[in-house]
Design a protein. Sequence first.
Lengths: 141, 428
Amino acid sequence: MIRLHGRKVVGGVAEGEALVTRQTISGWGGVNAMTGTIIETRHELRGVSFKDKVLVCPGAKGSSGWSSVFHQARLAGVAPKAMIFNEMTTKIALGCVVMRVPSMTDLDRDPLELIETGDWVRVDADSGVVEIRKAAAKASD
Amino acid sequence: MKLTADENAMLDGSRGKAHRKAMELLVRYGEALGAERFVDTTNVAGVPGTSNTFLEKYFTQPGDRYDVIYSLYDLDGDEVVQVPKVSVNSCHLQGGTDPENWRTLGMKPEQLRISQAGEAGAERLGIKILKTCTPYLAGNVPKRGEHCAWMESSAVVYCNSVLGARTNTEGRESTSAAMLTGKIPDWGFHRDEFRFANHRVNVEVPVESLMDWGMLGYYVGEVVGERIPVLLGKYGPPDLIRHKHFGAAAASSGGVEMYHLVGVTPEAPSYEAAVGPNRDLETFTYGKAEQRRTYETLNSRGQDPNVDYVMLGCPHAALEQIQEICRLLDGRRINSGVRLWVFTSRAIRAVADKEGYSKIIRDAGGVLITDTCSAIAQALPPNTKVAALDSAKQVHYLPAIMGIQAWFGSTADCIDAALTGRWNGVAP
């Protein structure tokens, strides 16, 4: 079990499977709000949905419609369970607020280095703690 | 956050439920950012109360429809409140359809009705209906140092960089709350220390044409991401339109909200002024190879040379661009297999109508459309497979959103494609 400490962006506790990207995410024009799927042409997660995942990313980019898209994703029932990110911007701050999911930033070690897609992650934003349980070694496929 | 007396009065409900809900949202947002206080904003640009078919179906609560959407979605509240008039200078940015050309856009009557109801609601609140992504071309030009709360990434980067006014990239919910309260978190671009360049780009190829500036912007956004670049080197002084395309591109491939051009933009009279206390800036070079690669990236969604749609006016066309399109059309008719849509604001079209430019475009077989664009409206001519675009921003978004092919080039390349039905653009 790995433990990270950081700053609460939006309070609450949630856990789930991690979806990790090293690329920033575009909201409007980069995400389908009805399915939670990344649609940006050259994004490494293109075609992947963040529904019910703990989304781990460097931050947000692109259109000011970021919060709107993630807000509608929440209403459509396809929002992530929690958010962990490195770079604070107004887009991601407002997006996390209106998604109403536990969200954290400023972790004491780089979450992009320590968390891999498939790991089980618990985000306790109220206490400022992220716990990571590494997924079992994957069979090669 | 430390709140002033009037902010506390809004938060405790002394000024009514709508102000309380707006302040609650702004406090949640300010705390998420780590802001310590609010600034008073005097210029807000957003999309307040705008609905769509999804939101119409989702929010079934009783009450005035505009109040329902504004309360539950814009203010992210849990109860419907009566929304009063805005307290500061506020405008509505681009919308989803053109009330005149909605049929051309393929909109259903229901979509027009939702759009017009939203517009009527915003008018009732005293919001100026500019319906454009370029408010600075339609009568809303903030002054240097003015604290703004703007949405629309291409307008934000223009506001900070070219006008020297101060705004973060706000969102739907924060702008709608700011329109009521006149408050926005004092964070980021509102603060002097945040506005200095922290990345440097050396421009080693001549950057002159609109297309050159679009490509440079796209490159800059890709390499600096959300940071603040200062550019040095071989660029001519850009006019308003070049700034518009450069900033829009940099805000799409990355998240650039402000840039400095030494000797050009207001907060960069010198390199030293642009970087302030920042030292050892991470530096990138834009040379022939980078320019070539950017051109290829922007054309990576183009395969079929047969073009069936030409879209111009992203961000919304300035009058000079409409004149240029008319000059390039030169009295000819576009190819029968191609549709030409040019997007602009209502304000610019009013002048274009008067000056005869709208008619020139119509006589050539095209149409001048207001309020929206193909990406925002998610509207294409029927059976569109391959588009030609002169905007790096639009080529970033449109193929991804609509699943079509697209070519990127100059305005002249695009008009040539409209006339011939073929893409003949070449790399610079």
